[in-house]
Design a protein around this ligand. Structure first.
Ligand code: 2RA
Length: 327
């Protein structure tokens, strides 16, 4: 059984990683919890046993740790992932630090599990909004070959961490935001992460580049608009896809219904479609509102929702760890 570490164990995603490891009964010989000096000494319970959080240091991985799940931000990952890998540990990193590095596979287990084979000690977990999109798109790309994607996202405040969550909670009582640039309560903000020179935000660029890398389609035409909405948990996405080949809507539904990690929720006559309040706490990607886009030859509109802290982060990371130990 592997020795496992969670780095960033006290954060929102780190705690969820522990929940998911426990729920899925991931085999663990020894568990180590790391965080910054500020959180060191805190106690966290895992499988009815209390663990003390340790400060992450350069020698933290000198104990034969096999797998480390990192969710402590890009600067921590840049500093410590290579140190961990040099000691024989495989790092599954939830930050953006390594995602576009050519030496690092970027993996969604339902989409490109084979890419874990060429890891050199670091495997990157994609951005939450990308993960749920590619789970829904990959089976359709295999059958009809995607020509172009237009993403429009409606992203929950928890994607911005605990402080994003607090901004919404306080905002409904009229308290000014600390994390976001504007009030998020009773508002939507078309701005996630920083603006780049071309007018896109970094979140939008992540969706574009990561989709291409995960789907092995470097030239795929993709564009995105990413928006923060006053929802605690669960990112929603309107995805407009144009295929090379024609499709039948009933076939698309059948493919999605039978694809791993997807729950089809598409019964408009009964008001059934995915929504964040239903996706919260679940590990699957929910897909609905499927309809033809007749403004192009072979176009499809879809609505895709998932729990951003689970499938968009912790669950995907634990699934990668499961792939590693299943080899
Ligand atoms: C967000 N996608 O929702 C980001 C988190 N990685 O802010």
């Amino acid at each position: 059984m592997p020795k496992v570490a969670v780095v960033g164990a006290t954060g929102m995603v780190g705690r969820m990683m522990l929940n998911v490891l426990e729920e899925r009964n991931f085999p663990i010989d020894e568990l180590y919890l790391f965080a910054s000096a500020k959180s060191a000494g805190l106690e966290i319970e895992f499988k009815n046993k209390k663990y003390i959080v340790e400060e992450l240091k350069e020698d933290s991985f000198d104990r034969g740790i096999d797998i480390a799940l990192f969710s402590a931000g890009a600067s921590t990952s840049l500093k410590f992932a290579k140190i961990a890998a040099s000691k024989g540990c495989v790092v599954i990193d939830n930050s953006s630090a390594w995602r576009m590095d050519e030496e690092v596979p970027l993996v969604v287990p339902e989409v490109n599990p084979e890419d874990i084979k060429w890891n050199k000690g670091i495997i990157a977990n994609p951005n939450c909004s990308t993960i749920q999109a590619v789970v829904a798109l990959k089976p359709l790309d295999l059958k009809y070959k995607i020509k172009r994607i237009v993403y429009s996202t409606y992203q929950a405040v928890s994607g911005a961490g605990q402080s994003g969550y607090e901004d919404l909670k306080n905002g409904v009582q009229g308290i000014a935001p600390k994390k976001f640039q504007h009030p998020i309560a009773f508002n939507v903000i078309p701005h996630i992460d920083v603006f780049m020179e071309d007018g896109y935000t970094k979140e939008e660029i992540k969706m574009i580049n990561e989709t291409r890398k995960i789907m092995h389609r470097p030239d795929l035409k993709v564009t995105a608009t990413t928006v923060r909405v006053p929802v605690y948990h669960g990112h929603s996405e309107s995805i407009n896809v144009e295929f090379e080949k024609d499709f039948k809507l009933h076939e698309v539904k059948e493919i999605l219904r039978n694809s791993p990690g997807i729950i089809l929720m598409d019964d408009p006559n009964n008001n059934i479609y995915p929504m964040p309040i239903y996706a919260e706490g679940k590990n699957e990607v929910f897909v609905g509102r499927l309809r033809r886009d007749d403004s192009v030859d072979f176009g499809l509109n879809m609505w895709v929702v998932a729990d951003n802290i689970r499938k968009g982060a912790a669950t995907n990371a634990v699934q990668i760890a499961e792939l590693l130990i299943s080899k």
